[in-house]
Design a protein around this ligand. Structure first.
Ligand code: URA
Ligand code: SF4
Length: 197
């Protein structure tokens, strides 16, 4: 219930100027009981139109990686972004916009309490792991903070621009599957006591 109240507040938010140009707030999608959270940078055009995260071409690529490690984006994970409203012309979010929006992400963390956080791309990784984080050098590595394991992988939009890097990302998802098996309790069917796939 608290989660729905947070969502309601976010959907009408006017705490930064991105509220003037957005069509829809993109709060996030998936399960509030997920043990794994994926965090991108900010909504793009398709996301702004539909009010849902990662529904454009990058989202389709993300779905392929999720399918490869048997994760369902509605049931098994929660996906959101560092800023919930689309920056005009897909520019990087400005520091004051991050700051204004961060309380929503913080509350999402508090309510979901993920075991694993996957940063998609540089913006999320530098904001959530370390300000000088290099995605090309450090993707797939794990950092533990207060019992939550953080990692970063290449942003799907970057992979669409540089398809040669797709094997690097694939390796990160395989490592993610292993980490889920180690630290999660109900993400995969065998962890829920169900049949293995
Ligand atoms: N890119 C992002 O970072 N987030 C989205 O939701 C879509 C594209
Ligand atoms: Fe509010 Fe975040 Fe949207 Fe800014 S980006 S208006 S802080 S929801």
């Amino acid at each position: 219930m608290e989660f729905e109240a947070l969502q309601q507040a976010c959907l009408t938010c006017q705490k930064c100027d991105l509220c003037r140009t957005r069509t829809h707030v993109v709060f996030g999608s998936g399960s509030p009981r997920a043990e794994v959270m994926f965090i991108g940078e900010g909504p793009g055009r398709n996301e702004d139109e539909q009010g849902l995260p990662f529904v454009g071409r990058s989202g389709q690529l993300l779905d392929q990686y999720l399918a490869a490690i048997h994760l369902d984006r509605q049931r098994d994970i929660f996906i959101t972004n560092i800023v919930k409203c689309r920056p005009p012309e897909n520019r990087d979010p400005l520091p004051n916009e991050w700051d204004a929006c961060m309380p929503y992400l913080r509350e999402q963390f508090r309510l979901i309490r993920p075991k694993i956080v996957v940063c998609l791309g540089r913006i999320a990784a530098q904001r959530l792991i370390r300000p000088d984080f290099s995605v090309m050098k450090e993707h797939g590595q794990w950092t533990e903070k207060a019992g939550t394991f953080f990692t970063a992988t290449l942003h799907p939009a970057a992979l669409l621009r540089n398809p040669g890097n797709k094997p690097l990302a694939y390796g990160d998802y395989v490592a993610l599957r292993e980490k889920i098996r180690q630290v999660c309790t109900h993400t995969y069917p065998e962890q829920r006591g169900g049949a293995t796939e």
